[in-house]
Ligand binder design. Structure first.
Ligand code: C5P
Length: 419
Protein backbone atom coordinates (compact mmCIF):
# COMPACT_ATOMS: atom_id res chain seq x y z
CA UNK A 1 0.00 0.00 0.00
CA UNK A 2 1.16 3.54 -0.76
CA UNK A 3 1.15 6.51 1.54
CA UNK A 4 -0.34 9.99 1.37
CA UNK A 5 2.23 11.56 3.64
CA UNK A 6 3.41 14.83 2.08
CA UNK A 7 1.30 14.19 -1.02
CA UNK A 8 -0.62 17.04 -2.61
CA UNK A 9 -4.14 15.90 -3.37
CA UNK A 10 -6.40 18.08 -5.48
CA UNK A 11 -9.98 17.14 -4.67
CA UNK A 12 -12.60 17.94 -7.30
CA UNK A 13 -16.18 18.12 -6.05
CA UNK A 14 -19.00 17.99 -8.59
CA UNK A 15 -22.78 18.35 -8.15
CA UNK A 16 -24.39 15.39 -6.40
CA UNK A 17 -25.93 14.61 -3.05
CA UNK A 18 -22.78 12.65 -2.07
CA UNK A 19 -20.96 16.01 -1.99
CA UNK A 20 -21.99 16.21 1.67
CA UNK A 21 -19.36 13.48 2.28
CA UNK A 22 -16.59 15.57 0.69
CA UNK A 23 -15.93 17.47 3.92
CA UNK A 24 -15.29 14.20 5.74
CA UNK A 25 -13.12 13.04 2.84
CA UNK A 26 -10.96 16.19 3.04
CA UNK A 27 -10.54 15.71 6.79
CA UNK A 28 -9.52 12.05 6.38
CA UNK A 29 -7.08 12.82 3.57
CA UNK A 30 -5.43 15.44 5.76
CA UNK A 31 -5.38 13.07 8.74
CA UNK A 32 -3.27 10.65 6.70
CA UNK A 33 -0.72 13.38 5.93
CA UNK A 34 -1.91 14.78 2.58
CA UNK A 35 -2.12 18.46 1.75
CA UNK A 36 -5.52 19.05 0.18
CA UNK A 37 -6.84 21.79 -2.11
CA UNK A 38 -10.39 21.76 -3.38
CA UNK A 39 -11.96 22.66 -6.72
CA UNK A 40 -15.75 22.86 -6.83
CA UNK A 41 -17.93 22.96 -9.91
CA UNK A 42 -20.78 25.45 -9.92
CA UNK A 43 -23.40 22.76 -9.27
CA UNK A 44 -21.37 21.31 -6.37
CA UNK A 45 -21.96 24.59 -4.52
CA UNK A 46 -25.71 23.80 -4.57
CA UNK A 47 -25.01 20.83 -2.29
CA UNK A 48 -22.21 22.03 0.02
CA UNK A 49 -20.77 25.49 0.58
CA UNK A 50 -17.23 26.46 -0.44
CA UNK A 51 -16.85 27.86 3.07
CA UNK A 52 -17.24 24.39 4.58
CA UNK A 53 -14.56 22.91 2.32
CA UNK A 54 -12.32 25.94 2.85
CA UNK A 55 -12.58 25.41 6.61
CA UNK A 56 -11.74 21.69 6.50
CA UNK A 57 -9.00 21.98 3.86
CA UNK A 58 -7.43 25.12 5.32
CA UNK A 59 -7.27 26.79 1.88
CA UNK A 60 -9.64 28.88 -0.23
CA UNK A 61 -11.68 26.75 -2.61
CA UNK A 62 -11.03 27.18 -6.35
CA UNK A 63 -14.05 27.68 -8.57
CA UNK A 64 -13.26 29.87 -11.56
CA UNK A 65 -11.41 28.85 -14.72
CA UNK A 66 -10.39 32.41 -15.41
CA UNK A 67 -9.05 33.73 -12.15
CA UNK A 68 -8.28 37.44 -11.95
CA UNK A 69 -5.55 36.82 -9.35
CA UNK A 70 -1.89 36.76 -10.43
CA UNK A 71 -0.52 33.50 -11.84
CA UNK A 72 2.27 31.81 -9.94
CA UNK A 73 5.36 30.29 -11.46
CA UNK A 74 6.03 27.97 -8.56
CA UNK A 75 2.95 27.03 -6.64
CA UNK A 76 4.90 25.81 -3.64
CA UNK A 77 4.31 26.17 0.07
CA UNK A 78 2.88 29.52 1.03
CA UNK A 79 1.53 30.21 -2.45
CA UNK A 80 -1.64 32.28 -2.41
CA UNK A 81 -4.29 29.74 -3.28
CA UNK A 82 -6.61 32.27 -4.87
CA UNK A 83 -3.89 33.18 -7.38
CA UNK A 84 -3.43 29.63 -8.72
CA UNK A 85 -4.72 29.19 -12.25
CA UNK A 86 -5.55 25.87 -13.86
CA UNK A 87 -1.97 25.22 -14.99
CA UNK A 88 -0.50 25.97 -11.57
CA UNK A 89 -3.06 23.73 -9.90
CA UNK A 90 -2.42 20.98 -12.44
CA UNK A 91 1.32 21.16 -11.71
CA UNK A 92 0.84 21.47 -7.96
CA UNK A 93 -1.09 18.20 -7.68
CA UNK A 94 0.54 14.83 -7.00
CA UNK A 95 -2.91 13.31 -7.60
CA UNK A 96 -6.33 14.55 -8.65
CA UNK A 97 -9.37 12.87 -7.08
CA UNK A 98 -12.86 13.81 -8.21
CA UNK A 99 -15.37 12.73 -5.54
CA UNK A 100 -18.23 12.74 -6.11
CA UNK A 101 -17.98 12.55 -9.89
CA UNK A 102 -21.40 13.11 -11.47
CA UNK A 103 -22.60 11.48 -14.71
CA UNK A 104 -22.33 14.89 -16.33
CA UNK A 105 -18.71 15.30 -15.20
CA UNK A 106 -17.77 11.82 -16.51
CA UNK A 107 -19.23 12.81 -19.88
CA UNK A 108 -17.19 16.02 -19.89
CA UNK A 109 -14.05 14.12 -18.95
CA UNK A 110 -14.65 11.57 -21.72
CA UNK A 111 -14.92 14.40 -24.22
CA UNK A 112 -11.76 16.12 -23.00
CA UNK A 113 -13.61 19.37 -22.30
CA UNK A 114 -11.75 22.28 -20.75
CA UNK A 115 -14.47 24.85 -20.23
CA UNK A 116 -14.54 24.80 -16.47
CA UNK A 117 -11.73 24.76 -13.93
CA UNK A 118 -12.00 21.12 -12.85
CA UNK A 119 -12.12 19.61 -16.34
CA UNK A 120 -9.30 21.92 -17.51
CA UNK A 121 -7.11 20.80 -14.60
CA UNK A 122 -7.83 17.12 -15.33
CA UNK A 123 -6.73 17.73 -18.91
CA UNK A 124 -3.62 19.72 -17.97
CA UNK A 125 -2.19 17.57 -15.20
CA UNK A 126 0.53 14.92 -15.44
CA UNK A 127 -0.52 13.57 -12.05
CA UNK A 128 -2.70 10.47 -11.78
CA UNK A 129 -6.42 11.26 -11.98
CA UNK A 130 -9.09 9.19 -10.25
CA UNK A 131 -12.86 9.60 -10.15
CA UNK A 132 -15.38 8.29 -7.63
CA UNK A 133 -18.69 8.14 -9.53
CA UNK A 134 -21.90 8.91 -7.63
CA UNK A 135 -25.25 8.82 -9.36
CA UNK A 136 -28.64 7.17 -9.61
CA UNK A 137 -28.38 3.51 -10.67
CA UNK A 138 -30.30 4.08 -13.94
CA UNK A 139 -27.85 6.83 -14.89
CA UNK A 140 -24.93 4.58 -14.00
CA UNK A 141 -26.27 1.67 -16.07
CA UNK A 142 -27.09 3.86 -19.05
CA UNK A 143 -25.00 2.88 -22.08
CA UNK A 144 -23.92 6.50 -22.57
CA UNK A 145 -22.37 6.56 -19.08
CA UNK A 146 -20.79 3.14 -19.58
CA UNK A 147 -19.24 4.16 -22.88
CA UNK A 148 -17.92 7.38 -21.27
CA UNK A 149 -16.35 5.23 -18.54
CA UNK A 150 -14.67 3.00 -21.13
CA UNK A 151 -13.17 6.10 -22.79
CA UNK A 152 -12.01 7.50 -19.46
CA UNK A 153 -10.36 4.21 -18.51
CA UNK A 154 -8.56 4.14 -21.85
CA UNK A 155 -7.13 7.54 -20.94
CA UNK A 156 -5.58 5.97 -17.80
CA UNK A 157 -8.04 7.63 -15.43
CA UNK A 158 -8.76 5.41 -12.45
CA UNK A 159 -12.37 4.66 -11.45
CA UNK A 160 -12.97 4.21 -7.70
CA UNK A 161 -16.24 2.34 -7.18
CA UNK A 162 -19.09 2.97 -7.25
CA UNK A 163 -20.61 0.92 -4.44
CA UNK A 164 -24.05 -0.67 -4.45
CA UNK A 165 -26.94 -0.16 -2.08
CA UNK A 166 -29.84 2.10 -1.28
CA UNK A 167 -29.62 5.50 -2.89
CA UNK A 168 -30.74 8.99 -1.89
CA UNK A 169 -33.42 8.81 -4.59
CA UNK A 170 -34.94 5.73 -2.93
CA UNK A 171 -33.71 3.23 -5.51
CA UNK A 172 -31.32 0.34 -4.90
CA UNK A 173 -28.38 -0.54 -7.15
CA UNK A 174 -24.89 0.52 -8.26
CA UNK A 175 -23.99 4.21 -8.18
CA UNK A 176 -23.28 5.02 -4.54
CA UNK A 177 -20.07 6.91 -3.95
CA UNK A 178 -17.56 4.84 -1.97
CA UNK A 179 -17.16 5.86 1.66
CA UNK A 180 -14.41 8.44 2.40
CA UNK A 181 -12.35 5.86 4.30
CA UNK A 182 -12.34 3.56 1.23
CA UNK A 183 -11.43 6.47 -1.06
CA UNK A 184 -8.47 7.42 1.14
CA UNK A 185 -7.10 3.85 0.88
CA UNK A 186 -7.54 3.80 -2.89
CA UNK A 187 -5.98 7.27 -3.24
CA UNK A 188 -2.90 6.15 -1.31
CA UNK A 189 -2.55 3.18 -3.67
CA UNK A 190 -2.18 5.59 -6.58
CA UNK A 191 1.36 6.05 -5.33
CA UNK A 192 2.19 2.38 -4.98
CA UNK A 193 3.51 1.18 -8.33
CA UNK A 194 4.84 -2.22 -7.28
CA UNK A 195 7.65 -1.87 -9.82
CA UNK A 196 10.26 -2.83 -7.24
CA UNK A 197 8.22 -5.41 -5.32
CA UNK A 198 10.41 -7.71 -3.26
CA UNK A 199 13.70 -5.95 -4.10
CA UNK A 200 16.13 -4.38 -1.65
CA UNK A 201 17.29 -0.86 -2.46
CA UNK A 202 20.20 0.79 -0.65
CA UNK A 203 20.34 4.59 -0.88
CA UNK A 204 22.91 7.07 0.41
CA UNK A 205 21.86 10.67 1.00
CA UNK A 206 22.90 14.00 2.43
CA UNK A 207 26.34 15.46 3.02
CA UNK A 208 29.07 13.95 5.18
CA UNK A 209 30.76 15.66 8.10
CA UNK A 210 34.52 15.30 8.37
CA UNK A 211 35.64 16.34 11.82
CA UNK A 212 38.54 18.79 12.20
CA UNK A 213 38.12 18.91 15.98
CA UNK A 214 35.16 18.20 18.33
CA UNK A 215 33.27 21.32 17.20
CA UNK A 216 34.43 21.98 13.63
CA UNK A 217 34.28 20.01 10.46
CA UNK A 218 34.28 19.95 6.66
CA UNK A 219 30.93 19.51 4.96
CA UNK A 220 28.96 20.70 1.91
CA UNK A 221 25.63 22.19 0.91
CA UNK A 222 23.72 18.95 0.28
CA UNK A 223 20.31 19.10 2.01
CA UNK A 224 19.51 15.40 1.60
CA UNK A 225 16.15 16.25 -0.05
CA UNK A 226 16.84 14.39 -3.30
CA UNK A 227 18.16 11.26 -1.59
CA UNK A 228 15.25 11.15 0.85
CA UNK A 229 12.78 11.59 -2.02
CA UNK A 230 14.49 8.73 -3.91
CA UNK A 231 14.28 6.47 -0.83
CA UNK A 232 10.61 7.36 -0.41
CA UNK A 233 9.81 6.73 -4.08
CA UNK A 234 11.57 3.35 -3.96
CA UNK A 235 9.49 2.40 -0.89
CA UNK A 236 6.30 3.47 -2.70
CA UNK A 237 7.31 1.12 -5.50
CA UNK A 238 7.34 -1.83 -3.13
CA UNK A 239 11.06 -2.07 -2.34
CA UNK A 240 12.60 -2.73 1.05
CA UNK A 241 14.66 0.43 1.42
CA UNK A 242 17.70 1.08 3.56
CA UNK A 243 18.72 4.72 3.66
CA UNK A 244 22.19 5.62 4.90
CA UNK A 245 22.11 9.32 5.58
CA UNK A 246 24.65 11.92 6.51
CA UNK A 247 23.56 14.79 8.80
CA UNK A 248 20.39 16.51 7.53
CA UNK A 249 17.48 18.30 9.16
CA UNK A 250 14.90 16.12 7.41
CA UNK A 251 12.49 13.69 9.11
CA UNK A 252 13.10 10.01 8.32
CA UNK A 253 11.05 8.90 5.30
CA UNK A 254 8.08 6.62 6.03
CA UNK A 255 8.51 2.84 5.66
CA UNK A 256 12.23 3.18 5.09
CA UNK A 257 14.95 1.85 7.39
CA UNK A 258 17.08 4.93 8.08
CA UNK A 259 20.63 4.68 9.37
CA UNK A 260 22.34 7.91 10.44
CA UNK A 261 26.06 8.48 10.03
CA UNK A 262 28.38 11.46 10.03
CA UNK A 263 31.62 10.84 8.17
CA UNK A 264 32.31 9.23 4.79
CA UNK A 265 34.09 6.37 6.57
CA UNK A 266 30.99 5.72 8.72
CA UNK A 267 28.84 5.87 5.59
CA UNK A 268 31.19 3.39 3.88
CA UNK A 269 30.97 1.00 6.86
CA UNK A 270 27.15 1.22 7.10
CA UNK A 271 26.77 0.73 3.35
CA UNK A 272 29.01 -2.34 3.31
CA UNK A 273 27.03 -3.93 6.12
CA UNK A 274 24.03 -4.02 3.77
CA UNK A 275 25.45 -3.91 0.23
CA UNK A 276 25.63 -7.70 -0.22
CA UNK A 277 21.85 -8.02 0.04
CA UNK A 278 21.04 -4.98 -2.11
CA UNK A 279 19.55 -5.49 -5.57
CA UNK A 280 19.91 -1.81 -6.41
CA UNK A 281 22.33 0.77 -5.01
CA UNK A 282 21.63 4.46 -5.50
CA UNK A 283 24.40 6.81 -4.35
CA UNK A 284 22.82 10.23 -3.91
CA UNK A 285 25.02 11.37 -1.04
CA UNK A 286 27.46 14.21 -1.57
CA UNK A 287 30.35 12.36 0.02
CA UNK A 288 33.38 14.44 0.97
CA UNK A 289 36.33 13.42 -1.19
CA UNK A 290 38.84 14.34 1.53
CA UNK A 291 38.94 14.34 5.33
CA UNK A 292 41.41 15.84 7.80
CA UNK A 293 44.23 13.33 8.21
CA UNK A 294 43.89 13.70 11.99
CA UNK A 295 40.91 15.07 13.90
CA UNK A 296 42.16 17.05 16.93
CA UNK A 297 40.87 15.64 20.21
CA UNK A 298 40.42 19.10 21.68
CA UNK A 299 39.15 22.31 20.14
CA UNK A 300 41.96 23.93 18.13
CA UNK A 301 42.96 27.30 19.64
CA UNK A 302 43.83 30.29 17.47
CA UNK A 303 47.43 30.55 18.66
CA UNK A 304 49.17 30.30 15.27
CA UNK A 305 49.09 32.87 12.44
CA UNK A 306 48.79 30.12 9.88
CA UNK A 307 47.12 26.77 10.28
CA UNK A 308 47.61 23.98 7.78
CA UNK A 309 45.09 21.20 7.53
CA UNK A 310 46.41 18.01 6.03
CA UNK A 311 43.72 16.14 4.12
CA UNK A 312 43.59 12.52 3.01
CA UNK A 313 41.32 10.76 0.54
CA UNK A 314 38.06 9.21 1.63
CA UNK A 315 37.05 5.84 0.19
CA UNK A 316 34.81 6.05 -2.89
CA UNK A 317 31.69 4.32 -1.59
CA UNK A 318 29.98 4.03 -4.96
CA UNK A 319 32.99 2.55 -6.74
CA UNK A 320 33.60 0.12 -3.86
CA UNK A 321 30.04 -1.25 -4.09
CA UNK A 322 30.31 -1.48 -7.88
CA UNK A 323 33.43 -3.64 -7.38
CA UNK A 324 31.49 -6.26 -5.38
CA UNK A 325 30.74 -9.57 -7.10
CA UNK A 326 27.91 -9.83 -7.72
CA UNK A 327 27.34 -6.08 -7.70
CA UNK A 328 23.89 -4.58 -7.31
CA UNK A 329 22.39 -2.51 -10.14
CA UNK A 330 24.47 0.64 -9.70
CA UNK A 331 23.16 4.20 -9.92
CA UNK A 332 25.41 7.18 -9.24
CA UNK A 333 24.71 10.89 -9.11
CA UNK A 334 26.86 13.54 -10.70
CA UNK A 335 26.49 17.13 -9.56
CA UNK A 336 28.20 19.21 -12.24
CA UNK A 337 28.54 22.89 -13.00
CA UNK A 338 29.35 22.21 -16.69
CA UNK A 339 29.68 19.50 -19.39
CA UNK A 340 26.90 17.48 -17.83
CA UNK A 341 26.73 14.63 -20.32
CA UNK A 342 30.47 14.26 -20.83
CA UNK A 343 31.23 14.16 -17.10
CA UNK A 344 28.35 11.78 -16.43
CA UNK A 345 29.57 9.38 -19.12
CA UNK A 346 33.10 9.47 -17.71
CA UNK A 347 31.71 8.60 -14.26
CA UNK A 348 29.63 5.77 -15.73
CA UNK A 349 32.78 4.21 -17.21
CA UNK A 350 35.29 4.88 -14.45
CA UNK A 351 33.06 3.70 -11.58
CA UNK A 352 31.47 0.84 -13.59
CA UNK A 353 27.89 2.01 -13.11
CA UNK A 354 24.64 1.11 -14.84
CA UNK A 355 23.25 4.63 -14.75
CA UNK A 356 24.35 8.13 -13.84
CA UNK A 357 21.80 10.78 -12.86
CA UNK A 358 23.46 14.09 -13.60
CA UNK A 359 22.23 17.44 -12.39
CA UNK A 360 23.50 20.92 -12.86
CA UNK A 361 24.48 22.68 -9.66
CA UNK A 362 25.14 26.34 -9.11
CA UNK A 363 24.32 29.16 -6.75
CA UNK A 364 20.56 28.92 -7.34
CA UNK A 365 19.93 25.32 -8.48
CA UNK A 366 20.63 21.88 -7.15
CA UNK A 367 21.38 21.48 -3.50
CA UNK A 368 18.87 23.18 -1.21
CA UNK A 369 16.20 23.74 -3.88
CA UNK A 370 12.84 21.94 -3.86
CA UNK A 371 12.96 21.46 -7.63
CA UNK A 372 15.52 19.82 -9.83
CA UNK A 373 16.03 18.27 -13.26
CA UNK A 374 18.14 15.25 -14.21
CA UNK A 375 19.94 13.92 -17.24
CA UNK A 376 19.96 10.11 -17.03
CA UNK A 377 22.97 8.70 -18.79
CA UNK A 378 22.91 4.94 -19.32
CA UNK A 379 25.21 2.65 -21.29
CA UNK A 380 23.03 2.88 -24.38
CA UNK A 381 20.63 5.74 -23.91
CA UNK A 382 20.13 9.21 -22.50
CA UNK A 383 16.88 10.46 -20.97
CA UNK A 384 16.07 13.93 -19.75
CA UNK A 385 13.76 14.41 -16.76
CA UNK A 386 12.64 18.06 -16.86
CA UNK A 387 12.50 20.46 -13.90
CA UNK A 388 9.91 19.38 -11.34
CA UNK A 389 9.58 18.88 -7.60
CA UNK A 390 12.17 16.52 -6.12
CA UNK A 391 9.30 14.21 -5.07
CA UNK A 392 8.03 13.84 -8.63
CA UNK A 393 11.53 13.68 -10.05
CA UNK A 394 12.42 10.87 -7.66
CA UNK A 395 9.36 8.88 -8.76
CA UNK A 396 10.29 9.33 -12.41
CA UNK A 397 13.87 8.28 -11.63
CA UNK A 398 12.71 5.15 -9.77
CA UNK A 399 10.41 4.29 -12.69
CA UNK A 400 13.39 4.58 -15.05
CA UNK A 401 15.67 2.55 -12.77
CA UNK A 402 13.01 -0.18 -12.34
CA UNK A 403 12.65 -0.56 -16.12
CA UNK A 404 16.45 -0.77 -16.61
CA UNK A 405 16.90 -3.12 -13.67
CA UNK A 406 14.25 -5.55 -14.99
CA UNK A 407 15.61 -5.32 -18.54
CA UNK A 408 19.10 -6.17 -17.28
CA UNK A 409 17.93 -9.02 -15.04
CA UNK A 410 15.03 -10.18 -17.15
CA UNK A 411 12.98 -10.41 -13.96
CA UNK A 412 9.86 -8.47 -14.87
CA UNK A 413 9.33 -10.67 -17.91
CA UNK A 414 9.68 -13.66 -15.65
CA UNK A 415 7.26 -12.35 -13.13
CA UNK A 416 4.72 -11.37 -15.74
CA UNK A 417 4.88 -14.85 -17.27
CA UNK A 418 4.35 -16.56 -13.96
CA UNK A 419 0.68 -17.54 -13.50
O1 C5P B 1 33.23 11.27 -8.18
P1 C5P B 1 32.07 12.06 -7.77
O2 C5P B 1 32.12 12.50 -6.32
O3 C5P B 1 31.71 13.19 -8.66
O4 C5P B 1 30.85 11.03 -7.92
C1 C5P B 1 29.58 11.28 -7.41
C2 C5P B 1 28.91 9.98 -7.13
O5 C5P B 1 29.77 9.13 -6.37
C3 C5P B 1 27.67 10.14 -6.27
O6 C5P B 1 26.77 9.11 -6.59
C4 C5P B 1 28.21 9.96 -4.84
O7 C5P B 1 27.20 9.54 -3.96
C5 C5P B 1 29.27 8.92 -5.06
N1 C5P B 1 30.46 9.02 -4.18
C6 C5P B 1 30.68 8.05 -3.20
N2 C5P B 1 31.78 8.12 -2.40
C7 C5P B 1 32.67 9.12 -2.55
C8 C5P B 1 32.48 10.11 -3.53
C9 C5P B 1 31.36 10.03 -4.32
O8 C5P B 1 29.84 7.14 -3.05
N3 C5P B 1 33.74 9.16 -1.76
Amino acid sequence: MGSLINKRVLLGVTGGIAAYKSADLVRRLRDTGAEVRVIMTRSATEFITPLTLQAVSGHPVHQQLLDTGPGLKHAGAGAEAAGMGHIELARWADAVLVAPASANFLARLAQGRADDLLSAVCLATEAPVAVAPAMNQQMWNNTATQSNLATIKKNAIRIFGPGEGSQACGEVGPGRMLEPVELVTLASELFATGELDGLTVLVTAGPTWEAIDPVRGLTNRSSGKMGYAVAQAAAESGARVILVSGPTSLPDPERVRSLHVESAQEMYDAVHQHAAKADIFIGVAAVADYRPARAAERKIKKTEIKLTLELERNPDILASVAALRPAPFMVGFAAETENLEQNARAKLESKKLDLVAANRVGADIGFAADENSLLLVGREDITELPTQSKTKLARALIHHIAARYHAKNDTKVHRLQRP
